[in-house]
Design a protein around this ligand. Sequence first.
Ligand SMILES: Nc1nc2c(c(=O)[nH]1)N[C@H]1C(S)=C(S)[C@@H](COP(=O)(O)OP(=O)(O)OC[C@H]3O[C@@H](n4cnc5c(=O)[nH]c(N)nc54)[C@H](O)[C@@H]3O)O[C@H]1N2
Ligand SMILES: Nc1nc2c(c(=O)[nH]1)N[C@H]1C(S)=C(S)[C@@H](COP(=O)(O)OP(=O)(O)OC[C@H]3O[C@@H](n4cnc5c(=O)[nH]c(N)nc54)[C@H](O)[C@@H]3O)O[C@H]1N2
Ligand code: SF4
Ligand SMILES: [Mo]
Length: 709
Amino acid sequence: MSTEAAAGERTAYITCVLCEASCGLEVKVRDERITSIRGHGGDPLSRGHICPKGVALQDLHEDPDRLRRPVRREGDDWVEMDWDEAVELVAQRLVAVERAHGRNAIGVYLGNPNVHSLGAMTHGVNLVRTLGSRSTFSATSVDQLPHQLMAWALYGHQFLMPVPDIDRTDLLVLIGHNPMASNGSIWTVPDFPGRRRELASRGGKLVVIDPRRTETAKVADAHHFVRPGTDAWVLLALLREVLALGASPAAYVDGIAEVRRVVEPFTPEVAQAFSGMPAAAIRGLAADLHGAGAAAVHGRMGVSTQAHGVVCQWAIQCLNIVTGNLDRPGGTMFTSPAVDLVGHKLLGAGHLGVWRSRVRGLPEFGGELPVSVLAEEILTPGEGQIRALMTIAGNPVSSTPGGGRVDEALASLEFMVAIDIYVNESTRHADVILPPTGPLERDHYDLIFHTLAVRNTARWSPALFEKPEGARHDWEIARDLALAVIRARGEKPSLVEQGRFRLSPRLIVDGLLRVGPARMGVKKLGKRPGGVDLGPLVPVLPGRLATPEQRIDLATPVALEAVAELADHLDVGPLALRDGELLLIGRRHQRDNNSWLHNATRLTRGRARHQLLAHPDDLAARGIPDGSLVRVRSAAGEVTVECEASDDLMPGVVSLPHGYGQGKRPGVRMRHAVEVPGASINDLTDPTRTEQVSGNGVLNGVPVTVDPA
Ligand SMILES: Nc1nc2c(c(=O)[nH]1)N[C@H]1C(S)=C(S)[C@@H](COP(=O)(O)OP(=O)(O)OC[C@H]3O[C@@H](n4cnc5c(=O)[nH]c(N)nc54)[C@H](O)[C@@H]3O)O[C@H]1N2
Ligand SMILES: Nc1nc2c(c(=O)[nH]1)N[C@H]1C(S)=C(S)[C@@H](COP(=O)(O)OP(=O)(O)OC[C@H]3O[C@@H](n4cnc5c(=O)[nH]c(N)nc54)[C@H](O)[C@@H]3O)O[C@H]1N2
Ligand code: SF4
Ligand SMILES: [Mo]
């Protein structure tokens, strides 16, 4: 290596923001080009872990299709704009809609990458607050809404979600969760494969309940198939059996007697009839949960995005609580984060049903409406109809139920603005796109994921590259747009509003860190590669509860009423299937990332993985050759896609990954993405079927027919 090259070389330690694992990475840069990206072995949280997506951050950074300047749509073309001109235009158009039709006529959709961006967390939220519309939606309602709702109902705050203490548990039960592919969720557990191996070497067990023999099921000690959408019956039966063996809840827990009463009808035999999981297996798992040293049950996407997600999440919390596993090492525990969003009251505790959606009457939660109503709120005329839309890091056409209808709805809007880095399936409908800097060009601190992590740590991630000339950060866009909207309304921003927007994310985090347990600001923290280790999770209850009396009432009415409804219908199946119908579920792959990153060279190489997976018997029964094109139809739409036989699937179940089908929507401007085969699963999911209590999208257990194409 020449001295010149060595002089131009530097090493930086940053956080990967592509999934909840939040790995610490070591990046080498020479002459302002990345020469290597590796997992940082000295990182106290992620311990050197990295997955292929972390390496692909370089593709994202260098992608010529990533937007770097504001653009305006002119027919089928995009024309670059000056920032001030673009921001002014957007503010004028939004305020014109607001004047004519009121604030709720402006819809907002906040996509998943917002939680992975510090500036979106500190400033984007205030932009949404400035717009002041009740027509606000986010990825929460196609994801963890039942989980958050249960945290609110039981622990008093939607962000008080306990996580499995995997490093010390004896028994880990994962339901509808595939961390071998997803790297964990509502549970920041970087290096899940390594931690799972350590669990095994301690003699601990992993049990998986899933309609597919997933990558995680394959490394588990036991895997049980369950018919999609029927976990509620299994979980209630588990709870019943565990209670029959004897409960040992903490002193601050109320409502056990009511729980016993409501779960009584849910015998393992009833659960077996609904779910296909054998009654003996349910009894066996109940005995293991009751007898294990320390056990943790965690349910994710598979149990939240189904018809009875709230019942599932309630039963899971109850299982951990009645076995005495909540708040004990090896059970499920709360974090003690360096920046305590809950304790500092930086995020609202939550509220349910304070208003309802105009057309269908679904309840808001925490100020957001379920996104399953987005299309009808745009397409149904009348007072309060959504006429303009702002998406921030979101792709509802691809990511939300009934994507075809959402597509149609976006095309009908009077005005649409997207804060986004790509022309994707949704933003192709925008009039203006405002692109923020990419993940390697901005500072980061994980406000959310430190709060859900398996270990208490704090890591400051500085921007790897300086902001390019003429670029704006997401927080600057939020600031500029909010202030322009206030001016366009003919108002002056108050001092409070100005203060809220002018402080940089770095300064905000700096102040918060100094008063927290890390006891240091950003500068000092930034000098420590991997940040500081604040140790393993520690018991914090009842002090950390946000309920009025600092007690947990298991007999919360939102859950008990939902369970009672199920008990009233024990004679009918959860879903009457017509002859020949199969149940569709989703899946994730280690090298896919929701609806995007199909433009990364590194991630799109290799074996195709867009196929509809089906059990060989189900294909044979329909005379469908393995690998051929099939037509998949649901109540909401149809797609054509290749199939692949796989006996990893429970018979009667088929699976499509989500986030595919770019090539089928003209105008998407992502070279690689449009060449990737496949179809969008959300052209099949049905927005009229929503979760019983919360209105969350039902993305799993969708009845479909499959025929040769
Ligand atoms: N059927 C089915 N549907 C699902 C799911 C499923 O399992 N099955 N999963 C659901 C889940 S869990 C989620 S979270 C949602 C996710 O769906 P969305 O909320 O739509 O989010 P993403 O697909 O992650 O990203 C949307 C867009 O954000 C843009 N983007 C990326 N980074 C940034 C950034 O830093 N700033 C800005 N402004 N934009 C950025 C990209 O252009 C990308 O197209 O999908 C849900 N939809
Ligand atoms: N590589 C990769 N990692 C990711 C993402 C990604 O797109 N790619 N997305 C990130 C995001 S936004 C999220 S929210 C997380 C999600 O992380 P996970 O919760 O692990 O999400 P999925 O992989 O969709 O796993 C859901 C599981 O539920 C199963 N399932 C479906 N229906 C049912 C059912 O009715 N009952 C039961 N018991 N199981 C069912 C599916 O077979 C699947 O194995 O992953 C994050 N990490
Ligand atoms: S596991 Fe998640 S955080 Fe870690 S490198 Fe992969 S995408 Fe990034
Ligand atoms: Mo998600």
